[in-house]
Design a protein around this ligand. Structure first.
Ligand SMILES: O=C(CO)[C@@H](O)[C@H](O)COP(=O)(O)O
Length: 228
């Protein structure tokens, strides 16, 4: 973790796929640092999104850090494919990984960052054994599978709790939040402790994408500054 500024990570799940390069170029106009790619398999989550070919196309069209979120069963089988597609970080779900340390080691063996995501109903304590092994913990603020859902309000307390756990364990990972982040709640989300904000609909459904990104970032920063 090397930044005290919140990072906005637009999720291309909500982009217009007929013009993906142009949509990403609009994000680049606002100088995005991360781009979030949501992979859904129709098994771990009840929806199918896209695969490595789309991640490779996204990666070719931007110099942003490619943040890949695998909402899939058996993620170990697909790590190499997403590394080849240009992933700079791969996040797997704790709920999908019976051998979580091994999966994290496999991701690290490719010299990229490793993240672990948890669903809204999963206890934060499942992360304790790996808190010192990861670069990112992703707290889902919706049940994964679909964009455009409403933010679950219990997430605020979970973010605060995870921030405390990070301190307690003297760990050094980003806290990312994903699902239903918008201009109305983003300040509260960063105030609660999130470092990385994934936003799909709030970015790509906006009439002016660069302007919306700048607005979200500004509000995120003001929430961060409110932390004592
Ligand atoms: O990954 C998921 C859900 O599984 C989504 O949460 C998107 O990553 C963000 O979409 P919005 O909620 O911002 O539309």
């Amino acid at each position: 973790m090397d930044s005290n500024q919140p990072i906005l990570a637009p999720s291309i799940l909500a982009a217009d796929y007929t013009r993906l390069g142009a949509e990403i170029a609009k994000c680049d106009q606002a100088d995005i640092k991360w781009l979030h790619c949501d992979i859904m398999d129709g098994h771990f989550v009840p929806n199918i999104s896209y695969g490595p070919a789309v991640v490779a196309a996204a990666s070719r069209s931007t110099s942003a850090f490619i943040d890949v979120h695998l909402m899939i069963e058996n993620p170990d089988d697909y790590i190499q494919a997403f590394v080849d597609a240009g992933a700079d970080q791969i996040t797997v779900h704790q709920e999908a990984c019976p051998h979580l340390h091994r999966t994290i080691q496999t991701i690290h063996s490719h010299d990229i960052s490793a993240g672990v995501a948890i669903n809204p109903a999963t206890s934060l304590h499942v992360l304790e054994p790996v808190l010192n092994d990861i670069e990112l913990a992703l707290v889902m603020s919706v049940n994964p599978g679909f964009g455009g859902q409403s933010f679950i309000n219990t997430t605020y307390n979970r973010l605060q709790h995870l921030r405390d756990m990070r301190e307690q364990y003297n760990a050094n990972f980003y806290i990312e939040v994903d699902g239903g982040v918008n201009p109305d709640n983003i300040q509260k989300v960063t105030h609660a402790g999130a470092d990385v904000l994934v936003a799909g609909s709030a970015v790509f459904k906006a009439p002016n994408i660069p302007k919306r990104i700048n607005e979200l970032r500004k509000r995120a920063q003001s929430g961060r500054e409110m932390i004592a």
